[in-house]
Design a protein around this ligand. Structure first.
Ligand SMILES: CC(C)(COP(=O)(O)OP(=O)(O)OC[C@H]1O[C@@H](n2cnc3c(N)ncnc32)[C@H](O)[C@@H]1OP(=O)(O)O)[C@@H](O)C(=O)NCCC(=O)NCCS
Length: 135
């Protein structure tokens, strides 16, 4: 199935909340994604299938300078393992480069090493994380 990819493409909170819940196996929340990405992100990618349904998403956060950060890379279960995740990350990288960014960061769980390193082309590096919420 063909998917249309769009940088800063329009979307509704409801459809991204549903996609996010499916991808990360939690209840459907009522987060204001549109407000969040419009206020704080360099951009984002929306992928839509031939029926117009949201099939993929990635958020590109930004420090206002040369650093961009990939967050919430998501592909629907129905569209998975056909290269769509790789394509949306690549398009996000192209747009971040085009906006003058020099570094694209990401962090992820172990099982996604092959996705980010082999498929998407990230290099391994040292990185750190503090759970400020104390989970
Ligand atoms: C991670 C995710 C975005 C990948 O999307 P996708 O469209 O399925 O990825 P691609 O088809 O481009 O995958 C390319 C390669 O990456 C690797 N890969 C992709 N998803 C993987 C997974 N879930 N586990 C292990 N390897 C994976 C595989 O090597 C794959 O090649 P193959 O299918 O020939 O084996 C998708 O699985 C997803 O939404 N997962 C749930 C949400 C999530 O964890 N997001 C990441 C947050 S950091």
């Amino acid at each position: 199935m063909e998917h249309r990819l769009a940088w800063r493409g329009p979307f509704e909170n409801r459809e991204l909340n549903e996609l996010h819940a499916e991808a990360f196996a939690h209840d459907v929340l009522d987060d204001d994604w549109v407000g969040q990405v419009e206020r704080h992100s360099l951009g984002w990618i929306c992928a839509r299938n031939e029926s117009g349904e949201l099939s993929g998403f990635v958020n590109v956060a930004w420090d206002g300078g040369v650093h961009a950060f990939v967050l919430d890379t998501i592909v629907s279960g129905a569209a998975g393992r056909r290269g769509l995740g790789t394509a949306i990350v690549k398009l996000a990288a192209d747009h971040a480069r085009g906006a003058g960014c020099e570094w694209l960061h990401v962090d992820f769980d172990d099982h996604l090493r092959s996705f980010y390193f082999d498929a998407c082309g990230f290099e391994p590096t040292n990185a750190g994380l503090i759970d400020l919420a104390g989970r």
